[in-house]
Write a protein that binds this ligand. Structure first.
Ligand SMILES: Nc1ncnc2c1ncn2[C@@H]1O[C@H](COP(=O)(O)OP(=O)(O)OP(=O)(O)O)[C@@H](O)[C@H]1O
Length: 351
């Protein structure tokens, strides 16, 4: 089974212990400031350990829960997301859903506004991108989806994933108009974007609030055709005194929650009940907004084991895998320098 990991793994492995019998397993690769979650690609069912539905969420019956747990991403997205996007998704290694994808996608495909509340690296970006590809029409030259991000760096990452998913199918037989994704980010070439927006509006815009507000104020583009609005890292945006008035304006003046599907994503939403209340009261979302709360950040485990192993550069990868196999930790953090794609034999990850 393919997963993403690093060829230059530093053998610094932190594992939580003592572990209960590992029926589920979770590894976090941490490249600088971001966690990458490998659990879903390794076909884990982490739900029992990490998931929680809060009272605002749609309860799942036991039977439905069991069925949902075994569905692939393709099965969940079938009849919603175009086939060539599903093909690309699988080529990129997204086969089994993460917890947040499993729980949020059916809610999103049913048209509900949603607060995606799940830890960093849990797969929120792919969740809202799949929703976007289920809704937009590439033949319409209009901004149909807008993703607001707090920083240029996050904007570049989201744009990259959006473009990778939308890449034209290799098969020349498949006639497919390609989706256009524009990154409208602070520090970018806004003049060039202006001409592009006027000449042929893209289907999806990924924007920081500063650049976006400039364009909206100058009426370079309008949000009349916007069907999906995503605000990523919503807690960060609402906590920034610079960004908060612009985001409020975007949510209520430049567009109306009745004409769009609104998704807020965040790893942490302090006072989430209050936020949910505000969403409805302030008309940032419709009244039936669903709070999908998955993988709440767990308190620190009672014990952390830190293994320090000295080895040659070429041995790192093999040694890491054998340590994981021998220790069988329930969870761990792996610090990596860079990422390349590599294939794990399934025996290595299927604990
Ligand atoms: N279903 C999946 N199968 C395998 N890998 C996945 C899946 N979904 C997401 N990933 C990978 O997991 C990593 C984290 O995903 P993503 O960036 O979407 O998380 P996130 O919740 O949006 O994180 P953040 O809160 O930092 O924005 C990425 O490398 C992504 O490619």
């Amino acid at each position: 089974m393919a997963s993403s990991t690093s060829a230059t793994v530093l053998l610094s492995l932190t594992i939580t212990a003592p572990y209960p019998k590992p029926t589920t397993c979770r590894f976090l690769l941490q490249p600088r400031n971001r966690y990458l979650n490998l659990s879903s690609s390794a076909n884990f069912s982490a739900k029992a350990l990490f998931s929680s539905y809060n009272s605002n969420s749609v309860p799942l019956t036991k039977e439905l829960e069991t069925n949902c747990n075994s569905l692939t991403l393709r099965e969940i997205c079938q009849d919603h997301v175009p086939d060539h996007v599903l093909g690309r998704m699988e080529e990129l290694g997204y086969v089994m859903p993460t917890d947040v994808q499993r729980e949020a996608l059916p809610v999103l495909f049913s048209g509900n506004d949603c607060i995606l509340h799940a830890q960093t690296g849990s797969g929120k970006t792919l969740t809202y991108l799949l929703l976007i590809y289920s809704v937009i029409n590439p033949k319409r030259s209009a901004v149909q989806a807008l993703i607001v991000v707090p920083t240029r760096e996050l904007g570049m990452q989201v744009t990259k994933v959006a473009r990778m998913l939308a890449a034209k199918p290799m098969d020349p037989e498949v006639e497919q108009k390609s989706y256009t994704v524009m990154a409208l980010l602070d520090g970018g070439m806004l003049r060039r974007h202006k001409s592009w927006l006027k000449a042929e509006p893209p289907n999806i815009v990924v924007a920081t609030i500063g650049s976006l507000s400039q364009m909206l104020e100058k009426q370079i583009f309008k949000l009349d055709s916007m069907r999906i609005l995503v605000v990523d890292e919503v807690d960060f945006i609402f906590n920034s005194s610079k960004q908060v008035s612009s985001i409020r304006k975007l949510l209520t003046s430049y567009s109306s929650c009745n004409n769009r599907q609104t998704v807020f994503a965040s790893a942490s939403i302090p006072q989430h009940r209050r936020f949910l209340h505000d969403c409805i009261q302030q008309k940032w979302t419709k009244g039936d907004v669903v709070h999908v709360h998955v993988n709440p950040v767990k308190p620190m485990p009672s014990c952390l084991l830190h293994r320090f192993v000295i080895c040659g550069r070429k041995e790192k990868h093999r040694l890491l895998l054998s340590l994981l196999q021998s220790d069988l930790p329930e969870s761990g953090i792996i610090f990596v320098n860079e990422q390349v794609r590599t294939a794990y034999p399934s025996s290595c990850v299927d604990f």
